[in-house]
Design a protein around this ligand. Sequence first.
Ligand code: FA5
Length: 346
Amino acid sequence: MAMELEEFLSTLEKLADQAEQTFAAAADADHFEAARVQYVGARSGQMKTLQKQLGALPKEAKPVGGKKLNEAKSRIQAAMETAGDRLKPSTAGKQSGIVLDPTLPGTRRHLGRTHPITQTIEHLKEIMGRLGFAVVEGPEVEDTWHNFVALNIPEDHPARDPLDNFYLSVAGQSAVDVSAHEAQLLRSQTSTVQIRIMENKAPPVRIISLGRVYRPDPPDRTHFPVFHQMEGLWIDTDVNMAQLKSVLTLFATSYLGEDVSIRFRPSFFPFTEPSVEADFLWNGEWVEFGGAGMVDPHVLTAVGYDPETVSGFAFGLGVERLCMGRHGVGDIRDLWRNDLRFLHQF
Ligand code: FA5
């Protein structure tokens, strides 16, 4: 009986000695792992085998055997931790073969960047900010009041045609019914935001709003069914057409360059009177970049302003057309294709 215990203790002692030496000699992570499996592996590690032998010892030998087994375990555990700490920092470098040399020159990486339309929007906000215009937001899904009625576009006006707008369908109603009554649509112009602001704020107002608008226009070089507009609105006690032209000219020369030629043509919008359209000269061609005018008294009345005491101007500019003019983009569709070879140029 005493023999069995002695043998057990001696095997245990030898195993712990051997394990300590092996872990101390482990040169890399592979050696370390092999030693771990050999000594403390959960299935067939040698400590596991000794644990089973402990169970086979006579009852009175078990307390001593168990105590010594725990001591051996602690020794092996400590040896393993020491080896693990020693090997950790160097194993990564050794395994991958990568050695950090901070003196090497850096390598250039192509990171993502903001889309040219987003860059343009930020640039336009910055220019208009310098001219004293605050940025406001408005929803893309609109009702017919904000997109048409309050803008002096009555029910029978051709601008409300279902063929010219993206109405949101309503169960049981045809597109024609939908357009004629109180309905929702993807806004066709950012002029909706003028109404939303004036409904909620007493004059003076001096804002811009930039965002997407939607129209079923067939795509070509200068048209796309979704595009961005920058709306501007300035209402105060004495705002006039000369100021409108000055602001648009200052804006256009800031964004497109001092030498850009721009012109104003008489035009018509139901919500401004008088109205103009503005063009810039690009590659020998006049490109229309926006509409503008003095806010019609009907619109001022619709939002609860008094046209006898306040006046103002508004404008709506095509963001893509401006971006094209500044960067020499010949086709608006390039701004929507998201071809990385094109986008990387900005
Ligand atoms: C309007 O949308 C008016 N709301 C502008 C306005 C605002 C007038 C305030 C008066 C007072 P228009 O439909 O002309 O106007 O569009 C304005 C600009 O949006 C155009 O000059 C053009 O630059 C741009 N645009 C129009 N349709 C498209 C399209 N399909 N794709 C790209 N840009 C477009």
